[in-house]
Design a protein. Structure first.
Length: 383
């Protein structure tokens, strides 16, 4: 997921050197079992996981941040493919991550300051899960349903990104500005797919402060956005535009080859909400164009699509959770939709919102975040 500092609702301190990962390997500890819970004690310089030798199947990591920086926790497969992640774990807070891990070798990583490669440790998963989540007919149906949604959005994403790139390369600033939030709508609806594939997400959707912090070239959507809105031209953007389209095409192809599992889309529905909480609410996602509400709505729609695919499973496991999700999604939609022109579909530019209006949107996101955080656990219990 794209890294974003939080200024409007609380700054993240400067990044310290990421050293000192300490894990206690404990193969016989109950926490290492597929039905147990693993604890992750995170700080600004350490990350202690309660076991490194695990049994295959669903694993629950409870991450507690004892540091002064906002942190994240990732589980990576080979090639930095993201098996699961939890973001925005503030100082003194705890968050839970449920990941379905087949037999193999992985890495756990804490990221104080939400930047860099993280403090990493090898995790070894052995054995065969007694009841693999992927064998559940209901969960297969949920994943297939979401895959169809992703396919429809991916097709539109390629079309609109191509139109955007063509406008940039033609030097048509007005057309490129008009297409920018439209193309990004399809991107934001399916971003959990992009987040599976290592560096492809940040080089496509990373922000300038993140690129500077990591010492890499500023590329992707937001590099072109800056040129369009700050410089008012497209000079020097051909290479960035071609790279953007190449990356989008690669992400779409990889997503079709490795579609999200039901548990991944449960985590993805929460991840999309985190995108709102850490980027859109701060106004720093599209800091030059101020088209954040287009992205905001797209993230919510993507999260709703994931929950809709999982609805049969959730209805069996926890009908009260489904009712609460419906209520909070409706409340957030009501709060957000007042800022859209129903005749044109355009949204109010983010810098035109008052602090009070932003606060109300933030409260609505927080109210939805709590039930969304329970979805992955319900999915894991359904097998």
């Amino acid at each position: 997921m794209t890294r974003r500092p939080l200024h409007r609702f609380g700054a993240i301190a400067g990044v310290l050197a990421l050293t000192g990962f300490s894990l206690a390997a404990c193969a016989e500890d109950p926490a290492a079992g597929g039905d147990g819970a693993l604890t992750v004690q995170a700080s600004d310089s350490e990350c202690e996981v309660s076991a490194t030798e695990l049994e295959s199947g669903p694993q629950t990591f409870t991450i507690t941040n004892a540091g002064n920086k906002v942190t994240e926790f990732y589980v990576y497969a080979e090639g930095d493919r993201i098996m699961g992640e939890v973001e925005n774990v503030g100082p003194g807070l705890s968050r839970e991550l449920v990941v379905d891990l087949p037999q193999g070798t992985y890495e756990g990583a804490c990221k104080p300051g939400m930047v860099g490669d993280g403090i990493r440790q090898k995790l070894t998963v052995s054995g065969e899960a007694a009841t693999p989540l992927s064998d559940s007919a209901e969960l297969k149906a949920a994943a297939d349903s979401y895959a169809r949604y992703v396919k429809s959005q991916s097709d539109a994403l390629i079309v609109k990104t191509t139109e955007f790139v063509d406008a940039v390369k033609a030097g048509d600033v007005d057309e490129a500005k008009e297409l920018f939030p439209v193309a990004r709508t399809y991107w934001e609806r399916i971003e959990p797919v992009a987040e599976k594939f290592g560096d492809l997400d940040p080089i496509t959707d990373g922000r300038e402060p993140d690129a500077i912090a990591e010492g890499v070239d500023f590329t992707g959507w937001h590099r072109i956005e800056k040129q369009l809105w700050v410089e008012g031209n497209t000079e020097g953007m051909d290479t960035y535009a071609d790279q953007l389209l190449d990356n989008v095409n690669e992400i779409v192809a990889l997503g079709q080859d490795a579609p999200l599992t039901a548990l991944e889309l449960a985590q993805g529905s929460k991840g999309l909400l985190d995108e709102v909480a850490t980027g859109k609410i701060t106004g720093e996602e599209n800091e030059f164009a101020h088209t954040d509400l287009w992205d905001f709505k797209a993230n919510i729609e993507g999260s709703q699509a994931a929950i809709a695919s999982l609805r049969p499973v959730l209805s069996d496991q926890d009908p009260e959770l489904v009712e609460e999700l419906d209520t909070q999604f409706a409340a957030l939609d009501t709060e957000l939709n007042q800022y859209q022109d129903q005749s044109t579909g355009d949204w109010v530019f983010y810098d035109k919102l008052t602090d009070e209006q932003v606060k109300k949107l933030s409260d609505a996101v927080a109210a939805l975040s709590e039930p969304i955080s329970k979805v992955a656990a319900a999915v894991a219990q359904s097998a």
